[in-house]
Design a protein around this ligand. Structure first.
Ligand SMILES: C[C@@H](O)[C@H](N)C(=O)O
Ligand SMILES: C[C@@H](O)[C@H](N)C(=O)O
Lengths: 160, 160
């Protein structure tokens, strides 16, 4: 597993916005991102999980912290249309990604990342993956601790 | 937005597994992926959203359909340790990804994808993104309809 991971990336200027209790039917996600696109707000991560019994689900996205207030304002306007229960946002987060081609065939890569963060007592707030990357959101106060621990765990420590 | 997207990828042999009501504290994700790694089960997508008030959250991952039963069996063993409420799984899903370098700076790319699926009456079950890709899980019965509509929406139709 260790050789597969070639680098650890991170970003600190992100803020997360979570819409709680969205109706899980076609068109809801489209309405959210139409309103953000209208305000020309760039979105980085988008995460939505499956709803338990097909009725409600939460959707989280991240924006540059400088756009956090505008994003929440745009979504407040949609509250009646979308019928979500609440919006929670938090700028004290950072994104950390473990990067490596071929990681899809290595179930141990995810295990090492989550295990390393757990050993540091760091709670994982959000997880999303792509073919060559696993990204998590954690509290920004743990950035340095997490980066050091992950570099060591994947054998990426620079010598000397 | 249209030029940014260069291709639409898909995969049909995936099955989703969702763990409902996991305790949201360090070590939980590690235990799940440790057990899957022990059984050498390759995982493709991993999606976990933020929990509302820091107590419980759901985690979804996808595996090759041939590993679905084994994955559920491994997780059933952990039920007492992890304390999750339920496991739901479904093999009738497919993953569709919109791919394009530089899409992070284009909020309209996500809007077009979600809007196009909504117009077809297709419900989005799960969303996850990376720097160059937006991926969704939808019911496998809509694969062809979704692929056609997305190719048209992003101007990727091959000339007659
Ligand atoms: C929640 C949202 O993704 C909804 N399922 C949709 O398709 O728009
Ligand atoms: C739910 C799970 O991700 C938990 N927050 C952890 O850190 O392991």
């Amino acid at each position: 597993e260790k050789q597969v991971v070639t680098s650890i990336a991170y970003s600190t200027n992100e803020a997360k916005v979570t819409l709680i209790g969205l109706t899980d039917c076609p068109g809801v996600a489209a309405a959210i991102f139409e309103s953000l696109a209208k305000a020309a707000i760039n979105v980085d991560m988008i995460v939505q999980n499956v709803s338990q019994n097909g009725d409600f689900t939460d959707l989280t996205f991240t924006v540059n912290s400088s756009n956090l207030n505008l994003a929440c304002k745009m979504l407040n306007v949609l509250k009646k249309d979308l019928g979500y229960v609440d919006i929670i946002s938090n700028a004290m987060v950072c994104k950390i990604s473990v990067v490596g081609v071929g990681m899809r065939s290595q179930p141990g890569v995810a295990k090492i990342m989550f295990h390393t963060l757990a050993k540091c007592g760091i709670n994982i707030q959000l997880i999303t993956t792509s073919e060559i990357r696993i990204s998590v959101l954690i509290s920004s106060k743990y950035l340095d601790l997490a980066l050091q621990a992950l570099h060591t765990a994947y054998g990426l420590d620079t010598d000397g």
